[in-house]
Design a protein around this ligand. Structure first.
Ligand SMILES: Nc1ncnc2c1ncn2[C@@H]1O[C@H](COP(=O)(O)OP(=O)(O)OP(=O)(O)O)[C@@H](O)[C@H]1O
Ligand SMILES: [Mg+2]
Length: 421
């Protein structure tokens, strides 16, 4: 065994007991707890399942088994897909049926949710071959968030805010279906290359609210992202919110959850002194990771709303100066508009008055015997004698001004005397 320390290390992290079975030229064969052989780990290499899914490479190993990249030989262009092989590391007879039911539920949930949400992989197949169980799902071409949230590296407040919003959006859909993911962590969140959206993977730990596991309390999740009630086997929707909050704190501080202390009196995570962040955002994060689950946002939708509204408010106050300037500009434009309108109206009115005066004068210079509008009006409505006096006075005045004196000058003189004593 000491000849191959790498294998020994890997085996020790997965299996409790290891016994040497045989030793040969090609290497050693070991018996693992549960009578599984070491060679089984990547036994699917180059295998084709159902005559359709050809295994390309091993992607990872988890509690329920191994995950492989494969190609679908039945489809044009042989697109990639992901094959999960049920192969639990804990072969305790009490745990095995639970692990199997989790594996089946992963298939069910992918089938139910993956078809309806673009940020959850779709289920392609779920079958049993040669006594082993498999599920095949859509391949997400992207990278895990472990590549963005790197220990020792801090992301900006804005980057973390947008990241959490993205995660909470897809998680809201999961919660709407009364499903607790139970294993939200950077490894299980992928950023898809094609559209940069977050895709939630690994539904191998999910719990449907109301569905109890045969009276047995099991703790499923990953330490650091798992709140206390989940560790006690009583997860809530808001247990996922705790995990999202821890991801946010990790991204801001550059510290992994295990590096953060808890307040011994309150049980709350101590992190605010580790990084400069706005109070509004820090308060939302604090509420997400409250030790007592009833003090957290109760679902992804609620947490998302808090991020949008609380931070929206703070950003609003930050940009108040800009808004004030914008308001001033509007006011100035409005005043200028009113001023111009006033000037315009005034000019138009003056013009109309001038035109009226001009028309009036022109009317007055018409020959006296000819009917004018003014004459007609006066003849009809004003007392005839006075009318004559008035009209002839105007005519005489106008004529005398121009040095012209015509036939009815007497009347004109009379009129002059009557009016101008
Ligand atoms: N749909 C997918 N598209 C692309 N890569 C995937 C997909 N599903 C899983 N992977 C890759 O395989 C790795 C392991 O898969 P997954 O997280 O589903 O299982 P696990 O954590 O190993 O197992 P378990 O379900 O037992 O916790 C992931 O971290 C990811 O890198
Ligand atoms: Mg995983």
């Amino acid at each position: 065994m000491s000849q191959n320390p790498l294998v020994r290390k890997k085996l020790r992290s997965r299996f409790e007991t290891v016994k040497l079975l045989e030793s040969g030229g090609s290497g050693n064969t070991y018996l693992l707890s549960g009578a599984r052989r070491k060679t089984h780990e990547y036994s699917l290499a180059k295998k084709t399942l159902r005559n359709r899914f050809e295994i390309v490479k091993h992607l990872g190993s988890g509690g329920s088994g191994d995950t492989y990249l494969a190609v679908d030989l039945d489809l044009p262009g042989r697109p990639h897909c992901v094959v999960k092989h049920f192969h639990p590391k804990d072969t305790d007879p009490a745990v095995l049926p639970i692990a199997k039911s989790l594996f089946d539920r992963e298939a069910e949930v992918l089938y139910q949710l993956g078809n309806d949400h673009d940020q959850i992989p779709r289920l392609f197949a779920h079958f049993n071959e040669d006594g082993d169980f498999y599920l095949v799902q859509e391949f997400i071409d992207g990278h895990a968030l472990t590549q963005e949230i790197v220990p020792g590296h801090r992301l900006s407040e804005n980057a973390v805010l947008n990241l959490l919003k993205d995660i909470l959006e897809v998680l809201s859909f999961v919660h709407q279906n009364n499903i607790i993911h139970r294993d939200i962590k950077p490894q299980n969140l992928m950023r898809r290359y094609s559209d940069q959206k977050i895709v939630l993977i690994d539904f191998g730990s999910i719990k449907k609210i109301g569905a109890l596991g045969a009276g047995l309390t099991i703790s499923v999740g990953t330490p650091g992202y798992m709140p206390s009630e989940q560790a006690k086997g009583k997860p809530q929707l808001c247990s996922d919110i705790y995990a999202v909050g821890m991801i946010g704190i990790q991204a801001l501080t550059g510290l992994i959850p295990e590096q953060l202390q808890e307040d011994p009196n309150t049980g709350e995570v101590i992190w605010r002194d580790k990084v400069q962040v706005s109070d509004a955002f820090a308060n939302v994060l604090d509420t997400m990771v409250r030790d007592r689950y009833n003090q957290r946002y109760q679902s992804a939708a609620e947490a998302l709303q808090a991020l949008n509204s609380d931070l929206g408010l703070s950003q609003l106050s930050q940009s108040a100066g800009i808004n004030q300037n914008t308001d001033d500009t509007y006011l100035l434009t409005y005043r200028n508009f009113l001023l111009l309108l006033g000037i315009g109206l005034g000019a138009t009115t003056s013009l109309i008055v001038l035109v009226l005066i001009y028309t009036f004068i022109n009317t007055g210079t018409s020959p006296p015997n000819q009917p004018t509008q003014l004459n007609n009006f006066i003849e009809k409505f004003v007392e005839p004698r006075f009318a004559n006096i008035k009209v002839n006075h105007l005519v005489a005045k106008s004529a005398s001004n121009r040095g012209v004196y015509k036939s009815n000058s007497t009347i004109a003189n009379t009129t002059k005397e009557e009016i101008e004593p």
